[in-house]
Design a protein around this ligand. Structure first.
Ligand code: HDL
Ligand code: ZN
Length: 415
Protein backbone atom coordinates (compact mmCIF):
# COMPACT_ATOMS: atom_id res chain seq x y z
CA UNK A 1 0.00 0.00 0.00
CA UNK A 2 2.74 2.47 0.93
CA UNK A 3 4.36 1.92 -2.47
CA UNK A 4 1.03 2.68 -4.14
CA UNK A 5 0.60 5.83 -2.06
CA UNK A 6 4.15 6.97 -2.82
CA UNK A 7 3.70 6.36 -6.54
CA UNK A 8 0.34 8.18 -6.55
CA UNK A 9 1.83 11.11 -4.63
CA UNK A 10 4.66 11.37 -7.13
CA UNK A 11 2.16 11.37 -10.00
CA UNK A 12 0.08 14.09 -8.35
CA UNK A 13 3.06 16.33 -7.66
CA UNK A 14 4.22 15.87 -11.27
CA UNK A 15 0.76 16.57 -12.72
CA UNK A 16 0.08 19.64 -10.58
CA UNK A 17 3.64 20.84 -11.04
CA UNK A 18 3.45 20.52 -14.82
CA UNK A 19 -0.16 21.04 -15.88
CA UNK A 20 -0.71 23.99 -18.18
CA UNK A 21 -2.54 26.83 -16.45
CA UNK A 22 -5.23 29.21 -17.66
CA UNK A 23 -5.01 32.34 -15.53
CA UNK A 24 -8.55 33.69 -15.49
CA UNK A 25 -7.98 37.08 -13.84
CA UNK A 26 -4.97 39.36 -14.15
CA UNK A 27 -4.17 43.04 -14.65
CA UNK A 28 -1.73 42.46 -17.48
CA UNK A 29 -1.72 44.29 -20.79
CA UNK A 30 -0.24 43.66 -24.23
CA UNK A 31 3.24 45.14 -24.81
CA UNK A 32 1.57 47.36 -27.46
CA UNK A 33 -0.22 49.13 -24.58
CA UNK A 34 3.10 50.59 -23.46
CA UNK A 35 3.58 51.44 -19.83
CA UNK A 36 0.25 49.87 -18.86
CA UNK A 37 2.14 46.57 -18.87
CA UNK A 38 4.21 46.58 -15.69
CA UNK A 39 7.29 44.35 -15.48
CA UNK A 40 10.81 44.16 -14.00
CA UNK A 41 12.45 44.40 -10.58
CA UNK A 42 11.30 47.90 -9.61
CA UNK A 43 7.67 47.22 -10.59
CA UNK A 44 7.74 43.99 -8.58
CA UNK A 45 9.23 45.73 -5.54
CA UNK A 46 6.67 48.54 -5.64
CA UNK A 47 3.67 46.17 -6.00
CA UNK A 48 1.01 47.72 -3.81
CA UNK A 49 1.06 44.75 -1.46
CA UNK A 50 4.73 45.54 -0.70
CA UNK A 51 4.17 49.28 -0.43
CA UNK A 52 1.56 48.60 2.25
CA UNK A 53 4.05 46.30 3.99
CA UNK A 54 6.77 48.96 3.82
CA UNK A 55 4.62 51.26 5.92
CA UNK A 56 4.30 48.63 8.62
CA UNK A 57 8.08 48.87 9.18
CA UNK A 58 9.07 52.25 7.70
CA UNK A 59 11.29 54.59 9.72
CA UNK A 60 9.43 57.56 11.31
CA UNK A 61 10.63 60.12 8.75
CA UNK A 62 9.30 58.18 5.79
CA UNK A 63 5.78 59.38 5.10
CA UNK A 64 3.54 58.12 2.30
CA UNK A 65 3.67 61.55 0.75
CA UNK A 66 7.47 61.52 0.68
CA UNK A 67 7.45 57.98 -0.69
CA UNK A 68 5.11 58.80 -3.57
CA UNK A 69 7.23 61.86 -4.46
CA UNK A 70 10.22 59.61 -5.17
CA UNK A 71 11.01 58.06 -8.59
CA UNK A 72 10.09 54.38 -8.80
CA UNK A 73 13.67 53.02 -8.43
CA UNK A 74 14.03 54.99 -5.18
CA UNK A 75 10.69 53.64 -3.98
CA UNK A 76 11.90 50.15 -4.82
CA UNK A 77 15.16 50.77 -2.95
CA UNK A 78 13.18 51.62 0.19
CA UNK A 79 11.07 48.46 -0.07
CA UNK A 80 14.19 46.35 -0.70
CA UNK A 81 15.96 47.96 2.28
CA UNK A 82 13.20 47.91 4.84
CA UNK A 83 11.00 44.96 3.91
CA UNK A 84 13.58 42.58 2.45
CA UNK A 85 16.98 43.38 4.00
CA UNK A 86 15.96 44.66 7.43
CA UNK A 87 12.87 42.56 8.09
CA UNK A 88 13.27 39.44 5.99
CA UNK A 89 11.28 38.54 2.90
CA UNK A 90 8.88 36.37 4.85
CA UNK A 91 5.55 37.72 3.63
CA UNK A 92 3.93 36.08 0.59
CA UNK A 93 4.44 39.16 -1.60
CA UNK A 94 8.09 39.51 -0.57
CA UNK A 95 8.86 35.80 -0.83
CA UNK A 96 7.22 35.93 -4.24
CA UNK A 97 9.77 38.40 -5.56
CA UNK A 98 12.54 36.10 -4.35
CA UNK A 99 10.89 33.08 -6.01
CA UNK A 100 10.58 34.96 -9.29
CA UNK A 101 14.19 36.15 -9.25
CA UNK A 102 15.29 32.61 -8.44
CA UNK A 103 13.26 30.98 -11.20
CA UNK A 104 14.67 33.49 -13.68
CA UNK A 105 18.12 32.28 -12.68
CA UNK A 106 19.14 35.51 -10.99
CA UNK A 107 21.61 35.62 -8.08
CA UNK A 108 19.22 35.96 -5.15
CA UNK A 109 21.84 35.03 -2.55
CA UNK A 110 24.02 37.91 -3.75
CA UNK A 111 21.20 40.37 -3.02
CA UNK A 112 22.65 42.62 -5.72
CA UNK A 113 19.54 44.62 -6.66
CA UNK A 114 21.41 46.78 -9.16
CA UNK A 115 22.82 43.70 -10.84
CA UNK A 116 19.31 42.27 -11.02
CA UNK A 117 18.03 45.52 -12.47
CA UNK A 118 20.71 45.37 -15.19
CA UNK A 119 19.47 41.90 -16.18
CA UNK A 120 15.91 43.14 -16.57
CA UNK A 121 17.07 46.20 -18.51
CA UNK A 122 18.57 43.83 -21.08
CA UNK A 123 15.21 42.06 -21.68
CA UNK A 124 12.98 42.84 -24.68
CA UNK A 125 9.43 42.96 -23.35
CA UNK A 126 7.83 40.85 -26.11
CA UNK A 127 10.39 38.07 -25.66
CA UNK A 128 10.32 38.42 -21.90
CA UNK A 129 6.52 38.05 -21.83
CA UNK A 130 6.82 34.79 -23.75
CA UNK A 131 9.56 33.64 -21.37
CA UNK A 132 7.41 34.38 -18.30
CA UNK A 133 4.42 32.49 -19.73
CA UNK A 134 6.67 29.56 -20.60
CA UNK A 135 8.37 29.56 -17.17
CA UNK A 136 5.01 29.59 -15.40
CA UNK A 137 3.51 27.20 -18.01
CA UNK A 138 0.46 29.34 -18.70
CA UNK A 139 -1.47 28.99 -21.95
CA UNK A 140 -3.39 32.24 -21.53
CA UNK A 141 -4.12 34.98 -19.02
CA UNK A 142 -7.31 37.02 -18.92
CA UNK A 143 -6.76 40.77 -18.72
CA UNK A 144 -8.84 43.45 -17.01
CA UNK A 145 -9.94 45.79 -19.78
CA UNK A 146 -11.63 48.86 -18.36
CA UNK A 147 -13.38 51.13 -20.92
CA UNK A 148 -14.04 53.59 -18.09
CA UNK A 149 -10.30 54.22 -17.77
CA UNK A 150 -9.50 56.84 -20.43
CA UNK A 151 -5.91 55.64 -20.92
CA UNK A 152 -6.98 52.03 -21.35
CA UNK A 153 -9.91 52.97 -23.61
CA UNK A 154 -7.58 54.97 -25.85
CA UNK A 155 -5.34 51.93 -26.37
CA UNK A 156 -8.33 49.60 -26.82
CA UNK A 157 -9.79 51.90 -29.47
CA UNK A 158 -6.60 51.63 -31.54
CA UNK A 159 -6.94 47.86 -32.06
CA UNK A 160 -3.25 47.35 -31.32
CA UNK A 161 -1.55 43.93 -31.59
CA UNK A 162 -2.17 41.61 -28.67
CA UNK A 163 -0.45 38.23 -28.20
CA UNK A 164 -2.88 35.34 -28.33
CA UNK A 165 -1.91 34.39 -24.76
CA UNK A 166 -3.70 37.49 -23.44
CA UNK A 167 -7.52 37.33 -23.45
CA UNK A 168 -9.96 40.21 -22.86
CA UNK A 169 -12.46 40.77 -20.07
CA UNK A 170 -14.72 43.83 -19.81
CA UNK A 171 -14.37 45.58 -16.47
CA UNK A 172 -17.43 47.61 -15.50
CA UNK A 173 -17.10 48.69 -11.85
CA UNK A 174 -18.16 52.35 -12.35
CA UNK A 175 -21.60 51.22 -13.58
CA UNK A 176 -22.14 49.70 -10.15
CA UNK A 177 -20.13 51.81 -7.74
CA UNK A 178 -19.82 55.26 -9.35
CA UNK A 179 -22.66 55.74 -11.82
CA UNK A 180 -22.01 59.49 -12.07
CA UNK A 181 -18.49 58.94 -13.45
CA UNK A 182 -19.78 56.12 -15.66
CA UNK A 183 -22.36 58.47 -17.17
CA UNK A 184 -19.63 61.01 -17.98
CA UNK A 185 -17.54 58.36 -19.75
CA UNK A 186 -20.51 57.06 -21.71
CA UNK A 187 -21.64 60.57 -22.65
CA UNK A 188 -18.10 61.31 -23.91
CA UNK A 189 -18.43 58.14 -25.98
CA UNK A 190 -21.62 59.46 -27.57
CA UNK A 191 -24.16 57.52 -25.49
CA UNK A 192 -27.42 59.34 -24.76
CA UNK A 193 -27.27 58.59 -21.04
CA UNK A 194 -28.20 60.81 -18.16
CA UNK A 195 -27.78 60.58 -14.40
CA UNK A 196 -31.54 60.20 -13.98
CA UNK A 197 -32.14 56.43 -14.33
CA UNK A 198 -34.61 56.41 -17.23
CA UNK A 199 -35.30 53.42 -19.45
CA UNK A 200 -33.53 55.27 -22.25
CA UNK A 201 -30.46 55.57 -20.06
CA UNK A 202 -30.48 51.85 -19.25
CA UNK A 203 -30.92 51.03 -22.95
CA UNK A 204 -27.91 53.20 -23.71
CA UNK A 205 -25.84 51.53 -21.00
CA UNK A 206 -26.71 48.17 -22.54
CA UNK A 207 -25.70 49.54 -25.97
CA UNK A 208 -22.38 50.71 -24.49
CA UNK A 209 -21.74 47.21 -23.11
CA UNK A 210 -22.74 45.57 -26.40
CA UNK A 211 -20.50 47.96 -28.32
CA UNK A 212 -17.45 47.19 -26.22
CA UNK A 213 -18.27 43.49 -26.30
CA UNK A 214 -18.32 43.61 -30.10
CA UNK A 215 -14.97 45.44 -30.07
CA UNK A 216 -12.95 43.36 -27.61
CA UNK A 217 -14.92 40.06 -27.44
CA UNK A 218 -14.56 39.67 -23.65
CA UNK A 219 -14.58 36.25 -21.99
CA UNK A 220 -16.72 37.79 -19.27
CA UNK A 221 -17.95 41.04 -17.73
CA UNK A 222 -16.28 41.74 -14.37
CA UNK A 223 -16.75 44.03 -11.40
CA UNK A 224 -15.37 44.23 -7.88
CA UNK A 225 -17.93 45.06 -5.23
CA UNK A 226 -17.88 46.08 -1.60
CA UNK A 227 -18.92 44.00 1.41
CA UNK A 228 -22.15 46.00 1.44
CA UNK A 229 -23.19 44.63 -1.99
CA UNK A 230 -26.84 43.63 -1.80
CA UNK A 231 -29.18 42.34 -4.49
CA UNK A 232 -31.97 43.02 -5.04
CA UNK A 233 -32.57 46.28 -3.24
CA UNK A 234 -34.06 49.62 -4.18
CA UNK A 235 -30.68 51.03 -5.24
CA UNK A 236 -29.69 52.28 -8.66
CA UNK A 237 -27.16 49.42 -8.69
CA UNK A 238 -29.93 46.81 -8.78
CA UNK A 239 -31.61 48.65 -11.67
CA UNK A 240 -28.31 48.81 -13.62
CA UNK A 241 -27.82 45.06 -13.09
CA UNK A 242 -31.38 44.20 -14.12
CA UNK A 243 -31.87 46.74 -16.93
CA UNK A 244 -28.42 46.78 -18.50
CA UNK A 245 -25.68 44.44 -17.28
CA UNK A 246 -27.56 41.16 -17.19
CA UNK A 247 -29.50 41.79 -20.46
CA UNK A 248 -26.17 42.59 -22.16
CA UNK A 249 -24.36 39.61 -20.59
CA UNK A 250 -27.17 37.28 -21.68
CA UNK A 251 -27.24 38.76 -25.20
CA UNK A 252 -23.45 38.48 -25.59
CA UNK A 253 -23.50 35.06 -23.88
CA UNK A 254 -20.80 35.75 -21.30
CA UNK A 255 -20.66 35.27 -17.53
CA UNK A 256 -20.83 38.14 -15.08
CA UNK A 257 -17.81 37.85 -12.76
CA UNK A 258 -18.15 39.44 -9.34
CA UNK A 259 -15.27 39.91 -6.92
CA UNK A 260 -16.98 40.77 -3.68
CA UNK A 261 -15.79 42.11 -0.35
CA UNK A 262 -13.25 44.85 -1.02
CA UNK A 263 -13.45 47.78 1.39
CA UNK A 264 -12.05 50.50 -0.86
CA UNK A 265 -9.46 53.01 0.37
CA UNK A 266 -9.49 52.24 4.08
CA UNK A 267 -6.13 54.02 4.06
CA UNK A 268 -6.07 56.19 0.92
CA UNK A 269 -2.48 57.34 1.60
CA UNK A 270 -1.34 53.89 0.41
CA UNK A 271 -2.88 54.27 -3.04
CA UNK A 272 -3.83 50.89 -4.57
CA UNK A 273 -2.46 49.32 -1.39
CA UNK A 274 -5.00 51.13 0.73
CA UNK A 275 -7.94 48.76 0.21
CA UNK A 276 -9.18 46.48 2.95
CA UNK A 277 -11.59 43.57 3.31
CA UNK A 278 -15.06 43.09 4.75
CA UNK A 279 -17.47 40.19 5.20
CA UNK A 280 -20.06 40.34 2.43
CA UNK A 281 -23.52 38.81 2.03
CA UNK A 282 -23.51 35.68 -0.13
CA UNK A 283 -27.31 35.95 -0.34
CA UNK A 284 -26.86 38.72 -2.92
CA UNK A 285 -25.24 36.14 -5.21
CA UNK A 286 -27.96 33.62 -4.38
CA UNK A 287 -30.67 36.09 -5.41
CA UNK A 288 -28.91 36.77 -8.72
CA UNK A 289 -28.66 33.04 -9.43
CA UNK A 290 -32.35 32.60 -8.64
CA UNK A 291 -33.36 35.64 -10.73
CA UNK A 292 -31.23 34.68 -13.74
CA UNK A 293 -31.40 30.90 -14.28
CA UNK A 294 -30.08 31.39 -17.84
CA UNK A 295 -27.20 33.55 -16.64
CA UNK A 296 -23.68 32.47 -15.74
CA UNK A 297 -21.82 33.89 -12.77
CA UNK A 298 -18.20 33.69 -11.67
CA UNK A 299 -17.60 34.70 -8.08
CA UNK A 300 -14.63 35.08 -5.80
CA UNK A 301 -14.92 36.62 -2.36
CA UNK A 302 -12.31 38.51 -0.40
CA UNK A 303 -13.19 37.52 3.14
CA UNK A 304 -12.14 34.09 4.42
CA UNK A 305 -15.42 34.16 6.35
CA UNK A 306 -17.49 34.01 3.13
CA UNK A 307 -15.78 31.02 1.53
CA UNK A 308 -17.79 28.12 2.95
CA UNK A 309 -21.19 29.66 2.23
CA UNK A 310 -20.08 30.49 -1.32
CA UNK A 311 -19.02 26.87 -1.89
CA UNK A 312 -22.37 25.58 -0.63
CA UNK A 313 -24.14 27.98 -3.01
CA UNK A 314 -22.04 26.65 -5.91
CA UNK A 315 -23.32 23.16 -5.08
CA UNK A 316 -26.86 24.47 -5.55
CA UNK A 317 -26.32 26.28 -8.85
CA UNK A 318 -24.27 24.94 -11.77
CA UNK A 319 -24.48 28.50 -13.14
CA UNK A 320 -22.10 29.66 -10.43
CA UNK A 321 -18.37 29.12 -10.96
CA UNK A 322 -16.23 29.74 -7.88
CA UNK A 323 -12.72 30.89 -8.64
CA UNK A 324 -9.44 31.92 -7.09
CA UNK A 325 -8.08 32.71 -3.67
CA UNK A 326 -8.39 36.42 -4.16
CA UNK A 327 -5.86 39.04 -2.90
CA UNK A 328 -5.70 38.71 0.92
CA UNK A 329 -6.70 35.03 0.51
CA UNK A 330 -3.79 34.36 -1.83
CA UNK A 331 -1.52 33.17 0.99
CA UNK A 332 -0.48 29.51 1.33
CA UNK A 333 -2.28 29.02 4.65
CA UNK A 334 -5.61 30.19 3.20
CA UNK A 335 -5.08 28.71 -0.28
CA UNK A 336 -4.64 25.33 1.40
CA UNK A 337 -7.77 25.74 3.52
CA UNK A 338 -9.91 27.04 0.63
CA UNK A 339 -8.72 24.39 -1.84
CA UNK A 340 -9.36 21.59 0.64
CA UNK A 341 -12.83 22.99 1.44
CA UNK A 342 -13.71 23.43 -2.24
CA UNK A 343 -12.57 19.92 -3.19
CA UNK A 344 -14.65 18.52 -0.36
CA UNK A 345 -17.75 20.44 -1.45
CA UNK A 346 -17.32 20.81 -5.22
CA UNK A 347 -14.95 18.07 -6.43
CA UNK A 348 -13.03 19.72 -9.29
CA UNK A 349 -15.90 21.99 -10.41
CA UNK A 350 -14.07 25.22 -9.54
CA UNK A 351 -10.94 27.15 -10.52
CA UNK A 352 -8.44 26.90 -7.68
CA UNK A 353 -6.60 30.11 -8.35
CA UNK A 354 -6.11 33.23 -10.41
CA UNK A 355 -2.91 35.22 -10.12
CA UNK A 356 -4.38 38.74 -10.15
CA UNK A 357 -0.91 39.63 -11.42
CA UNK A 358 -0.45 43.37 -11.91
CA UNK A 359 3.22 42.91 -12.77
CA UNK A 360 4.05 40.41 -15.52
CA UNK A 361 6.85 38.70 -13.59
CA UNK A 362 4.46 37.86 -10.72
CA UNK A 363 2.95 35.09 -12.84
CA UNK A 364 6.06 33.06 -12.05
CA UNK A 365 5.81 33.15 -8.28
CA UNK A 366 2.02 33.28 -7.89
CA UNK A 367 1.66 30.04 -9.81
CA UNK A 368 4.76 28.32 -8.39
CA UNK A 369 3.50 28.94 -4.87
CA UNK A 370 -0.06 27.84 -5.74
CA UNK A 371 1.05 24.64 -7.47
CA UNK A 372 3.02 23.59 -4.37
CA UNK A 373 0.07 24.08 -2.00
CA UNK A 374 -2.58 22.54 -4.27
CA UNK A 375 -0.40 19.50 -5.00
CA UNK A 376 -0.17 18.60 -1.31
CA UNK A 377 -3.92 19.07 -0.79
CA UNK A 378 -4.60 16.77 -3.73
CA UNK A 379 -2.09 14.16 -2.46
CA UNK A 380 -4.08 14.05 0.76
CA UNK A 381 -7.39 13.60 -1.04
CA UNK A 382 -6.09 10.89 -3.35
CA UNK A 383 -4.43 9.13 -0.39
CA UNK A 384 -7.82 8.85 1.29
CA UNK A 385 -9.22 7.37 -1.93
CA UNK A 386 -6.37 4.85 -2.33
CA UNK A 387 -6.82 3.75 1.27
CA UNK A 388 -10.47 3.11 0.40
CA UNK A 389 -9.53 0.99 -2.60
CA UNK A 390 -10.01 3.60 -5.38
CA UNK A 391 -7.10 3.59 -7.87
CA UNK A 392 -6.82 6.92 -9.75
CA UNK A 393 -4.92 6.44 -13.00
CA UNK A 394 -2.18 8.84 -14.03
CA UNK A 395 -4.49 10.18 -16.78
CA UNK A 396 -7.21 10.83 -14.23
CA UNK A 397 -4.75 12.65 -11.97
CA UNK A 398 -3.63 14.84 -14.89
CA UNK A 399 -7.29 15.40 -15.86
CA UNK A 400 -8.16 16.53 -12.34
CA UNK A 401 -5.11 18.77 -12.03
CA UNK A 402 -5.94 20.51 -15.31
CA UNK A 403 -9.58 20.90 -14.21
CA UNK A 404 -8.52 22.93 -11.17
CA UNK A 405 -6.14 25.13 -13.17
CA UNK A 406 -8.47 26.17 -15.98
CA UNK A 407 -10.15 23.06 -17.34
CA UNK A 408 -13.30 23.47 -15.27
CA UNK A 409 -13.46 27.13 -16.29
CA UNK A 410 -13.31 26.16 -19.98
CA UNK A 411 -16.10 23.64 -19.39
CA UNK A 412 -18.13 26.29 -17.55
CA UNK A 413 -17.76 28.73 -20.44
CA UNK A 414 -18.69 26.07 -23.00
CA UNK A 415 -21.79 24.85 -21.12
O1 HDL B 1 -10.38 44.69 -8.21
C1 HDL B 1 -9.52 43.84 -8.49
O2 HDL B 1 -9.43 43.29 -9.62
C2 HDL B 1 -8.51 43.52 -7.41
O3 HDL B 1 -7.80 42.35 -7.78
C3 HDL B 1 -7.57 44.71 -7.26
O4 HDL B 1 -6.97 44.95 -8.51
C4 HDL B 1 -6.52 44.56 -6.19
O5 HDL B 1 -5.86 45.81 -6.06
C5 HDL B 1 -5.47 43.53 -6.47
O6 HDL B 1 -4.54 43.79 -7.19
N1 HDL B 1 -5.62 42.38 -5.85
O7 HDL B 1 -4.70 41.39 -5.98
ZN1 ZN C 1 -7.82 41.99 -9.76
Amino acid sequence: MSTEIASMAEAVRKAVGSTVITDIHTHLFPPSHGKLLLWGADEMLTYHYLVAELFTVAPPGLTCQKFWSLPKPKQADLVWEHVFLRHGALSEAARGVITTFNKLGLDVAGRDLDGIRKWFAAQKVEDYLARVFQTANIDSAVMTNNPFNPQEAAYLNRDLPCPDCLKPALRIDPLLVDFKSAVKTMKDAGCKVQLRPTQKTFDEVRRFLLGWSEKIKPLYFAASLGPEFAYPDDSLRTKVIDQAIMPAALEVGVPFAMMIGVRKAVNPDLGDGGDGVGVADVAAVMHLLQRYPAGKFMVTMLSRVNQHELCVLARKFGSLHVFGCWWFCNDPSIVEEMTRQRLELLGTAFTCQHSDARVLDQLIYKWAHTRKVVAEVLVGKYTDLVHAGWRPTKDEIWRDARALFGGSFAEFLAR
